[in-house]
Design a protein around this ligand. Structure first.
Ligand code: FSO
Ligand code: SF4
Length: 552
């Protein structure tokens, strides 16, 4: 196996330097070599599907089945989504069938008959055969020929596209999609097959991934808002309520809506976990009285939190980690998520989980109510824009920070807690993603009635944060880079890569990125990004804060 797509990839220091990547029998996330290799092969075949989609869409239109498969297939390969090798063996065969159907529909035209390309590879029928084929599909397979910089940019494009696919899939599940998004996705994926080694050209395509992600995040925001209403400021209970209970984690609000409908009138309380927390801000979700609160914190604490939860748990997206024996029997995966031996909900029917909830005792007593506040989405913040602008003009707010993104398990992540704690009292923090759990239970107070900590939502709500920044820039007649605003971005997996590319596509300068920089960015690529965007690696919280607050 070879995988270096996430922040927790292995970084082994050897005599020759630093060797980057999970390449043994298991990655740091627990992904085994078989699953990793099968994922590579799936992504390889998806490039073939994308090629035909892009070539023939102008005359034949977007093939919706292929478009959905591309999104779903890529989503399954994100960090901490699907660890079930058997599912990948069948997805590979599905991908081959779909690619060949598209090829046939278009007369079978292909640029070359070379064997084993994404357009021609015929997957073997058994796992051993597939694993033998997977070597050519590894992201670094051509490193000796094209060099680490080219591989670094190709992987930046691919990993960004994986993130875009995840967000697009969530929108798709709510019934929202756009042909131009499918088309650009197909173009960029098929570009990965190109022989180009032009670093400038590849960087341009990486920024195009960021632009595509902006469109997709906008579509997802539209989907969430139209389906569930505009986010409202909402205190969310974080302590248990006596009664039977079911827990839903991950990002998929569509799944949560289905679960709320299916548990209605059944005397079961529904709790959110991790990235599902912002669901409480949406009027049409919080209208369900049995959506009682949020339980636990970010994904990396799930093993203790799920073990202690007295009911079934449903994981709707990343980040799943190895289920412990104490809760395996009451854990369910849905959509793209998978773990061998864990029951999977493929069709939105949560009745098996509901039965377990009914059979279990649930919480025996209610604990004293504690809350955290969510719901500072685009509309809420822009709704008080005048007060915010006034506070800036009066000097009551001196600086804004966006501190958030996605979280991981390594100790270096305390940087973000320290950073938030040390922000001066005349500054406001926007946060989003699961990174917020590093500090969202702290009391930051308020400035003239404006809370100092504003939870904008899930990681995809980075779109809302960007819109807020643009609106502030408009109000002050300046560019986003001229605002007293600093981006302190915590990254973990490929959705964060997509969001980073979106910020770079908007030419946002001086982003602090950490806790460590992506392993696929070579020193040369980091130098290019530093030169073009003044991208900064994390130092220590105090110095970085001082740097952010120093006059521009
Ligand atoms: Fe987090 Fe996991 Fe939302 Fe990620 S739960 S780490 S970037 O999958 O998606 O913020
Ligand atoms: Fe390693 Fe991350 Fe890949 Fe898992 S997803 S194998 S931790 S690089």
């Amino acid at each position: 196996m070879f995988c270096y797509q996430c922040e927790q990839t292995k970084r082994n220091h050897t005599a020759d330097g630093i060797f980057m990547g999970c390449a043994d029998t298991k990655g740091s996330c627990g992904k085994d070599a078989t699953t990793a290799d099968l994922q590579d092969l799936l992504v390889y075949l998806i490039q073939g599907i994308a090629y035909y989609q892009y070539q023939f869409a102008p005359t034949q239109g977007i093939d919706k089945k292929a478009a959905e498969f591309i999104l779903y297939g890529l989503f399954t390969t994100l960090t901490n989504v699907n660890f079930n090798a058997t599912r990948f063996s069948s997805l590979i065969q599905n991908a081959k069938e779909l690619r060949d159907q598209l090829a046939e529909k278009s007369g079978g035209v292909k640029p070359s008959d070379a064997p084993n390309t994404p357009l021609t590879l015929v997957p073997q029928s058994d796992v051993e055969g597939l694993l033998a084929q997977a070597k050519i599909a590894r992201v670094n397979a051509q490193q000796d020929t094209v060099g680490a910089d080219v591989i670094g940019l190709r992987t930046l494009i691919l990993y960004g596209l994986k993130g875009v696919a995840a967000y697009a899939y969530h929108a798709f599940m709510l019934g929202y999609q756009k042909d131009e998004i499918h088309l650009e996705m197909a173009r960029l994926l098929s570009e990965l097959m190109s022989e180009s080694v032009d670093l400038n050209g590849l960087l341009k395509e990486a920024l195009a991934v960021g632009e595509l992600n902006l469109q997709v995040m906008a579509l997802l925001e539209q989907a969430n808002t139209e389906q569930f209403g505009t986010q409202q400021v909402t205190p969310v209970r974080t302590t248990p309520v006596a009664g039977k209970a079911i827990l839903m984690s991950g990002h998929d609000l569509h799944d949560l809506k289905l679960l709320l409908e299916q548990t209605q009138g059944k005397n079961i309380n529904v709790y959110t976990h991790g990235e599902m927390l912002p669901a409480h801000a949406y009027p049409q979700l919080k209208a369900y009285p049995h959506l009682v609160g949020n339980y636990g914190s970010a994904w990396q604490n799930q093993q203790q939190e799920f073990a202690a939860f007295p009911g079934p748990i449903v994981m709707t997206s990343n980040c799943i980690i190895e289920p412990q024996a104490s809760y395996r029997q009451r854990l369910f995966t849905s959509g793209p998520v998978g773990w061998a031996g864990i029951r999977h909900v493929a069709d939105g029917d949560f009745s098996a989980a509901i039965q377990i909830a009914q059979a279990m005792p649930g919480f025996k007593t209610s604990e004293v109510e504690k809350t955290i506040t969510v719901g500072f989405g685009k509309h809420t913040v822009l709704g008080v824009a005048d007060a915010v602008i006034n506070a800036v003009q009066q000097g009551a707010i001196k600086h804004f920070f966006l501190i958030g993104g996605c979280d991981g398990a390594v100790p270096g992540r305390n940087y973000y807690t320290e950073l938030a704690e040390k922000t001066p009292h005349d500054t406001v923090i926007l946060t989003l993603g699961c990174g917020k759990y590093r500090f969202n239970q702290l009391d930051f107070g308020s400035i003239g009635g404006i809370p100092r900590l504003l939870d904008v939502g899930q990681c995809n709500d980075a779109y809302a944060a960007i819109e807020i920044a643009k609106a502030l820039a408009g109000a002050f007649h300046c560019g986003v880079n001229d605002l007293p605003l600093s981006f302190m971005v915590s990254w973990f997996e490929q959705k964060a890569t997509a969001v980073l590319l979106s910020l770079l596509a908007l030419n946002v300068q001086n982003i602090h990125l950490g806790p460590s920089l992506p392993a696929y960015l070579t020193p040369n690529l980091i130098a290019i990004l530093q030169e073009k965007f003044s991208l900064k690696a994390n130092g220590n919280a105090e110095d970085d804060l001082a740097m952010a607050l120093s006059p521009k």
